[in-house]
Design a protein around this ligand. Structure first.
Ligand code: XUL
Length: 523
């Protein structure tokens, strides 16, 4: 039976999900994760490097190269007979982050020597030592410059799916060109984190898929090609530095001789990688219009499948979905790191957090928190700072409830533009394991919450994309519903229903929260 591998290169770790699937049987074989911080020589904390300026968040790209090698070596050693049946591999990556290669790096990537570790061979091929990642927000000036040059923010949103966002790749490329023109001149190729990983697997120069390409402010969403006006507004001669764009189901090659010789991996198909949110959509089974998917991770994200591309003038963005249609995404930066920060500040473990949530009432007696520990994406907050309204900063349980309620209310308030039916929500990500968090989600959204069966919906989504693309390339195409079936059906024992009295409390509190947000932003 064929085996498929999905890899998720997220902010903090690389996860591998291996599945087997044919017409009769579908099963997850193994799921395994490696935290980037465990490769201590890179000095990352939570997968990133930060300085004094909270707006600058970067990662050394070689940490991802080493993690990929370690995870594949481990999978090959642990599952030799399954790996021998590997038909296709695909991946999911943190969105918007970019990797810059000089001409030598581009050449080396296509001729990797199996005798030497990959990161050693690529070290001198990187032209921007630190890759900006999605948490970076230092490019407000570049956003305005790009919007102005293309004829305004609404024009950019109409063509690319979103107005300029600080974390998007176009503004990050423009900042590099302005601040380090020699480094930019020395750059032969700019990959996304996703297409960089696919290139390493195939030993080639993989395309950027339409899903992750939508998060750059550079791709025309309708024609799915680079939009020359946006390229010109971003940096000179950008078109020669970008890889091709391609549908998410594109076969970009087979596993490179490097992997075959060094680890005995087969010549499995390498399918284009995509962003983590597009992959989570598939891993949550959202292959048709309907539910919302909420991922509670390093970022909290709300995604909805769309048949036509609805635009949002404010906080959300629309992109190509891996199925070829569209999806909406709204992202919140003060997510798991904010939850961990408060948990640690009050000296609790996760059980303690659950107890705190159980011991406090829905609505928290009216106490509110605006949880902007870091600059926030939704709503746009450049200068961080936590605001408490009627909330004692020393009251641990009340602060934990205020944080989770704020996160859920912000999600509910800022995602109405997707016009998805929020009567049921699929929840994924680490914090989705917490029943009390899911209860608050159900009450705030007044919706049935279904916990995803996948431990990592993005990695599972990547494996399912590999399955779907492999069948297509083999001349035995399957519908998306069939591709995800047996993996993404809700687990009835993990459904949380809204409680009418609590939902009524939040109907009112959501309005107060929106007012508090507006007031803080105006101030
Ligand atoms: C999406 C976004 C984040 C990252 C996290 O726009 O910025 O969700 O993809 O990995």
């Amino acid at each position: 039976m064929p085996v498929y591998l999905g890899l998720d290169a997220s902010t903090q770790s690389l996860t591998a999900t291996m599945i087997e699937a044919d017409d009769e049987r579908r099963a997850v074989i193994d799921e395994w994760s490696l935290a980037y911080d465990d490769q201590s020589s890179y000095g990352t904390e939570h997968g990133v490097l930060r300085g004094a300026d909270p707006a600058v968040v970067v990662a050394p790209p070689l940490v991802w190269v080493d993690a990929l090698e370690s995870v594949l070596a481990r999978m090959a050693a642990a599952w030799p007979s399954e790996i021998a049946r590997l038909a296709a591999v695909s991946g999911s990556a943190q969105q918007h982050g970019s990797v810059y290669l000089n001409a030598d790096g581009l050449r080396r990537m296509t001729s990797l020597d199996p005798a030497e570790r990959m990161s050693v061979q690529l070290a001198s091929g990187i032209s921007r030592e630190r890759s900006p990642v999605w948490m970076a927000s230092s490019t407000t000036e570049e956003c305005r410059e790009i919007e102005e040059a293309v004829g305004g923010a609404p024009v950019l949103a109409q063509r690319t799916g979103s107005h300029a966002f600080e974390r998007f790749t176009g503004p990050q490329i423009r900042a590099f060109f302005k601040r380090d023109p020699a480094g930019y001149a020395n750059t032969a190729r700019i990959h996304l984190v996703s297409s960089f990983h696919a290139s390493l697997l195939a030993g080639g120069d993989a395309p950027i898929d339409h899903g992750d390409g939508s998060g750059m402010n550079l791709m025309d969403l309708e024609t799915r090609s680079w939009w020359p006006t946006a390229l010109a507004a971003t940096a000179p001669d950008l078109h020669v530095r970008l890889p091709l764009l391609a549908p998410s189901w594109t076969v970009t090659g087979t596993l490179a001789p490097y992997w075959q010789t060094r680890y005995g991996l087969p010549a499995a198909r390498v399918i284009a990688w995509s962003g983590d949110n597009p992959c989570s959509l598939i891993g949550s089974g959202l292959v048709r219009e309907g539910r919302l998917a909420i991922s509670l991770g390093t970022s909290d994200t709300v995604c909805g499948f769309m048949r036509c591309a609805l635009r949002d003038a404010d906080v959300g963005y629309v992109s190509a979905a891996p199925t070829g249609e569209f999806m909406g995404t709204t992202v919140f930066k003060n997510a798991s790191l904010a939850r961990e920060r408060l948990r640690d500040a009050f000296g609790l473990d996760w059980e303690g957090v659950s107890a705190a949530l159980r011991s406090t009432p829905p609505g928290n007696g009216g106490a509110l928190m605006l949880p902007w520990f870091d600059p926030e994406i939704t709503p746009h907050v450049a200068s961080p700072g936590v605001r408490r309204i009627g909330l004692d900063a020393n009251d641990g349980p009340a602060n934990l409830r205020a944080l989770v309620e704020a996160q859920m209310m912000a999600m509910a308030n800022h995602t109405r533009w997707m016009a998805a039916d929020p009567s049921s929500v699929v929840a994924t990500g680490g914090a989705a394991a917490n029943r009390e968090v899911l209860q608050i989600m159900a009450d705030v959204f007044d919706a049935q919450v279904i916990r995803s069966r996948a431990r990592n919906a993005a990695a599972l989504g990547a494996a399912l994309r590999a399955l779907h693309a492999d069948r297509l390339a083999s001349g035995a195409a399957i519908e998306w519903e069939e591709a995800v079936s047996g993996f993404t059906e809700p687990d009835p024992s993990a459904c949380v229903a809204p409680r009418p009295e609590a939902a009524a409390v939040y109907r009112d509190l959501r309005r107060r929260y929106a007012d508090a947000e507006a007031e803080a932003l105006a101030g």
